[in-house]
Design a protein around this ligand. Structure first.
Ligand code: GLN
Length: 469
C-alpha cells in the first residue's frame, strides 16, 4: 500500500511525484479492489482535473494545506454536480446542486475528492448490510462485515484506496467501522463541523468526521473542516480555532467505566486486552481509575427513541416529488407518496420511520420522546461530571470484533452493537476509536476515548500519544 498518510504524500510530491500520478495510483487500486464494493462511484474525471490544477499550483507555490491529499466521501455528503444517494433507491439519479461546507473546505485547501462511498441506507445500521447497493466486504476477511454505517469509508482507507475519508457519526458510524477495520475514526464534538450538505438522519446527533491511518491526519482534516458556517446555526461560534497535536500534560488522568468493562456482552479477549492497556498506562505513571456510570442499559433505548423520532421527521422530505425517484403509474398525491416511499426505502429505514412516528404520536409523545429527552440530559450531565476530574473516558469501541455477513439477524441485537458508542452522541462529546490490537480470530479492534466538549486538540493529542508510545 502506498500514500497511506499525508506525510507520505508530501514526501512523494517533494521527490517529484505529480498529484496526477498519485490519483492514478488510487484509481488503479480502486479498480483492483472493486470486489470490496466500497466505492459506489469513482469521480475519475473531476479528480484528475482537480489533480492537474493542483500540480500547477504546486509549481507556482500557491497550493493549499491539503495539496495532494486524496479523500473519499460517504454517500451522504453533497458535492455539486455529483450524485449522492445515501445508499438509498429513493435518491436514485439525484445529483447535488451545491457542495457541503465540509467538502468545500477540503477542496479550498486542494484536497482531491476521489469518489463516493457505500454506507448503510441513510446512515442507519452497524454493518453496511442496509445499503441498497450491496454489502461492503471487510478487507481483512471478506466473509465479515466492515461495520457501519460508514462501512465504505472505513474500508477505502483500510484497503489503501484513498489516504483518508469522511463519514458521519450519529451513534458510532465512524468509530465502529474504524474499530472493525483497524484504523482511526474520529467523531468531533457536536457543532464542530458544519452539517450543511450532510443528508440528515438525526440532526441533534449527526456529526461529520474523518477516517485515517493516523491521528495527525485526523487532526489536520478536522481543523480544515471545522469552524462557524452561516449555513448551519448549530456550529459553535469559535473564532480562530486551531485543532492540532499539542504537547500533553503528563501524567494523564483517564477514567474508565467499570460497567462497560464488566458488560456481559463484551468479548473476553477485548476485555483483557483493554485491561492490559490500562495496566500499561498505570505502570507508565498515568492515573487510570474506574468510575461509576450506571446508565449503560438506558443508553441504547434512549438513542433509538430520539434518533428514530428525528429520522421520521427528516425523512418526510423524500416523497418522490422533490428529489430522486418517483414511482411509476401513480394517481394523485397520496398514491404518489405511498408508492414512491414504499418502493424507495429499504426495510430498516421503514422500521425506523414507523418507530419514530410512533414515539412522536399523540398519547405516546410524553411517555417516550419527552422521557428520552430527560434521560439524554441525565447522561450528558453524568458524562460531563466524570470529565470534570479526568482528561478522557476510556471504553471499548465495540462489544466484539467484526461479525460475519448475515451473522446478526434481529434488529435489537444489531442495535445493541452500539452500546459503547452512543454515549458520545447523546452527550455531544468528541470521541475517537484507536486501533490497539488484533484478536486471536485475526480481526482488529479499537479502544475508544471520549473527551471534553470542544477540546478537540486535547483528545487528539492524547490519542496520538497513546497510539505512538
Ligand atoms: N448503528 C447506529 C444506528 O444504526 C449508528 C448509525 C450512525 O452513527 N449513523 O443508528
Amino acid at each position: 500500500m502506498k500514500y497511506t498518510s499525508f506525510d507520505l504524500i508530501q514526501k512523494a510530491i517533494a521527490e517529484g511525484t505529480s498529484v496526477v500520478e498519485i490519483v492514478n495510483y488510487f484509481l488503479s487500486k480502486i479498480e483492483e479492489h472493486k470486489d470490496l464494493n466500497a466505492f459506489l462511484e469513482v469521480f475519475k474525471s473531476s479528480a484528475l482535473e482537480q489533480a492537474q490544477k493542483i500540480d500547477e499550483k504546486i509549481k507556482n507555490k500557491t497550493a493549499g494545506r491539503l495539496a495532494g491529499m486524496v479523500i473519499g466521501i460517504k454517500d451522504n455528503l453533497a458535492y455539486k454536480n455529483h450524485k449522492v444517494s445515501a445508499s438509498s433507491k429513493i435518491l436514485d439519479g439525484f445529483e447535488s446542486i451545491y457542495t457541503a461546507t465540509a467538502i468545500q473546505r477540503l477542496l479550498d485547501e486542494d484536497a482531491i475528492i476521489i469518489g463516493r462511498l457505500n454506507c448503510d441506507e441513510f446512515a442507519m445500521g452497524s454493518s453496511n448490510e442496509n445499503s441498497a447497493y450491496g454489502n461492503v466486504l471487510n478487507p481483512i476477511n471478506k466473509d465479515y462485515v466492515p461495520g457501519g454505517s460508514s462501512g465504505g469509508s472505513a474500508v477505502a482507507v483500510a484497503a489503501g484506496l484513498c489516504t483518508a475519508s469522511l463519514g458521519s457519526d450519529t451513534g458510532g458510524s465512524i468509530r465502529q467501522p474504524a474499530s472493525f477495520t483497524g484504523i482511526v475514526g474520529y467523531k468531533p464534538t457536536y457543532g464542530t463541523i458544519s452539517r450543511y450538505g450532510l443528508l440528515a438522519y438525526a440532526s441533534s446527533f449527526d456529526q461529520i468526521g474523518p477516517f485515517a491511518t493516523n491521528v495527525k491526519d485526523v487532526a489536520l482534516l478536522t481543523d480544515v473542516m471545522s469552524g462557524k458556517d452561516d449555513f448551519d446555526s448549530t456550529v459553535a461560534q469559535i473564532e480562530n480555532h486551531n485543532i492540532s497535536i499539542i504537547p500533553i500534560k503528563k501524567p494523564l488522568k483517564i477514567a474508565y467505566i467499570k460497567d462497560s468493562l464488566e458488560n456481559e456482552g463484551l468479548d473476553v479477549e477485548i476485555k483483557s486486552k483493554i485491561e492490559k492497556f490500562i495496566d500499561n498506562l498505570k505502570s507508565e505513571g498515568h492515573i487510570v481509575e474506574p468510575v461509576e456510570f450506571s446508565y449503560l442499559n438506558q443508553m441504547v433505548p434512549t438513542y433509538y427513541v430520539l434518533t428514530t423520532a428525528e429520522a421520521s421527521s427528516n425523512l418526510a422530505r423524500y416523497t418522490g416529488v422533490h428529489y430522486g425517484r418517483l414511482a411509476k403509474n401513480v394517481v394523485g398525491v397520496e398514491d404518489t407518496y405511498k408508492k414512491s416511499r414504499s418502493e424507495g426505502f429499504g426495510t430498516e429505514v421503514k422500521r425506523r420511520i414507523m418507530l419514530g412516528t410512533f414515539v412522536l404520536s399523540h398519547g405516546y409523545y410524553d411517555a417516550y420522546y419527552t422521557k428520552a429527552q430527560k434521560v439524554r440530559r441525565i447522561i450528558q450531565n453524568a458524562t460531563n461530571d466524570i470529565l470534570k476530574s479526568y482528561d478522557a473516558i476510556l471504553l471499548p469501541t465495540t462489544p466484539s470484533t467484526a461479525f460475519k455477513i448475515n451473522g446478526v439477524k434481529d434488529p435489537i441485537s444489531m442495535y445493541l452493537q452500539d452500546i459503547f458508542t452512543v454515549q458520545a452522541n447523546l452527550a455531544g462529546n468528541p470521541a475517537i476509536s484507536l486501533p490497539i490490537g488484533q484478536h486471536s480470530n485475526g480481526l482488529p479492534f479499537g479502544v475508544q476515548l471520549i473527551g471534553k466538549h470542544f477540546e478537540e486538540s486535547t483528545l487528539l493529542s492524547i490519542s496520538d500519544y497513546l497510539l505512538n508510545k
